[in-house]
Design a protein around this ligand. Structure first.
Ligand code: PMP
Length: 409
């Protein structure tokens, strides 16, 4: 092996030099690395020990707090005992156990659909479904702020990408109007956008899409599942467009509280995807303990009205508290369980992030290219298990950190 670090020669790593230099300069200022946090102990869905300090978690996607639900944990332990640690195989070979069927049945019931397909992650669900449905010569029309897994699905399938301005119905309509009428199109929307926590105007978007021929609609409900709609199906349920969405993609890594991804649909030919979708076929299936925890969690989320109400209250309180303090937020009104605090630059974002951590609060720091329009964000995501008292404490910590760093006056 060669020691490339010892020389100045150009190699395949050279393209990362600007990022390496930027990180080195930032860390040289003495701040902690926001991307190297270790949770030494996790005490509950909302508390962990980080570097010896008890810390409130406000940067997880554990919206419904299911990670420590006793029934969920018990189901995982039982499956581990009865079925072992892993499947060691693809869903289409030796990797389909009774538990995989059970979690797909739970999803079909949760979503009221005839088909459900489980993937090893939500990333792979988008990668697989989008690349398999839309191939060379087809179009994927997507929101400019779409998640990386959606863009990567377009790349893998070699479809033509057409982007429209974030949440702009007018731009979506205009761009669809420019495409050949006989071309096949997949329009990909997200119910809730994870960076700013804003929600898509789905009925208006669906109405615009339906003016154009040969369009199917996929809605990613990664951040809507559990929280939105009378049955917790997502923003598309809350906004009454269930009959119009051809495919819903989601993940087990947020409200469900474990790991995995899925797609549900009523399309009569949906099952064929199991044989032609490469990110489904050519990878090992989820371990039995994971599908057992997911199935139990999904069934409990069907009756989680009280948790949904408390999460909504938490989100409204935090949004009001932060906006009263003078922070600039990603959306003017609380729209979801994600509240993004917009900061002026990387130095200020890191200073705020580190001060909050020292006070005992963990939030996510997000930066370009993950964030829209080059913004630096502190992303707060609330949990149904955050108590009223914790939300009060969180607002107090933001006030202290904001004043200490000059982010607010
Ligand atoms: N879609 C969206 C909108 C997401 O935000 C994410 C993850 N943050 C995913 C898909 C991928 O989910 P997973 O973590 O299960 O890979």
């Amino acid at each position: 092996m060669t020691d490339a670090t010892a020389t100045e020669t150009r190699d395949l790593f050279s393209k990362f030099d600007p990022l390496i230099n930027e990180r080195e300069a930032l860390l040289a200022t003495g701040v902690r690395d926001p991307y190297a946090i270790v949770m030494d102990q996790v005490l509950s869905p909302t508390r962990a020990i980080i570097k010896g300090k008890e810390t409130i978690l406000l940067g997880t996607y554990n919206y419904m707090g299911m990670t420590f639900d006793p029934d969920v944990v018990e189901a995982g332990k039982k499956a581990l005992d009865e079925f072992g640690a892993g499947t060691t195989g693809s869903r289409v070979l030796n990797g389909t156990y009774q538990g995989h069927k059970e979690v797909e049945d739970a999803l079909k019931e949760f979503y009221g659909t005839s088909g459900a397909m489980v993937f090893s992650t939500g990333y792979q669900a988008n990668l697989g479904i989008i690349s398999t449905l839309a191939g060379k010569g087809d179009y994927v029309v997507l929101d400019a702020d779409s998640h990386a897994s959606i863009y990567d699905g377009c790349g893998l399938g070699n479809a033509e990408i057409v982007r429209f301005r974030h949440n702009s119905v007018e731009d979506l309509d205009k761009r669809l109007g420019r495409l050949p009428a006989d071309a096949l199109k997949l329009v990909v929307l997200e119910g809730v956008y994870s960076m700013l926590g804003d929600v898509a105007p789905l009925p208006e978007m669906v109405a615009a899409i339906r003016k154009h021929p040969n369009c199917m609609i996929l809605c990613d409900e990664a951040h809507g599942m559990g929280f939105f709609g009378p049955n917790g199906r997502g923003a598309y349920e809350e906004q009454g467009v269930e009959g119009e969405i051809d495919f819903v993609v989601g993940t087990f890594s947020k409200s469900v509280g474990t790991v995995g991804g899925f797609c549900v649909s009523n399309h009569p030919k949906f099952e064929i995807l199991r044989l032609v979708c490469r990110p489904y076929v050519f990878t090992a299936s989820l371990p039995p303990s994971v599908v057992a925890t997911a199935a139990t969690s999904i069934r409990k989320l069907m009756h989680a009205g009280e948790k949904r109400a408390h999460l909504w209250k938490n989100s409204q309180r935090l949004h009001k508290g932060l906006s009263d303090l003078g922070f600039k937020l990603g959306s003017e009104t609380p729209q979801s369980a994600i509240i993004a605090v917009i900061l002026s630059d990387q130095m200020q974002a890191v200073a705020m992030w580190q001060t909050l951590l020292e006070l005992g609060l963990y939030v996510n720091m997000a930066r370009p290219p993950a964030t829209p329009a080059g913004t630096f964000l502190l992303r707060c995501s609330l949990c149904a298990e955050h108590s009223d008292e914790q939300v009060t404490q969180i607002i107090g910590m933001f006030e202290t950190a904001g004043k200490a760093t000059g982010a607010i006056s």
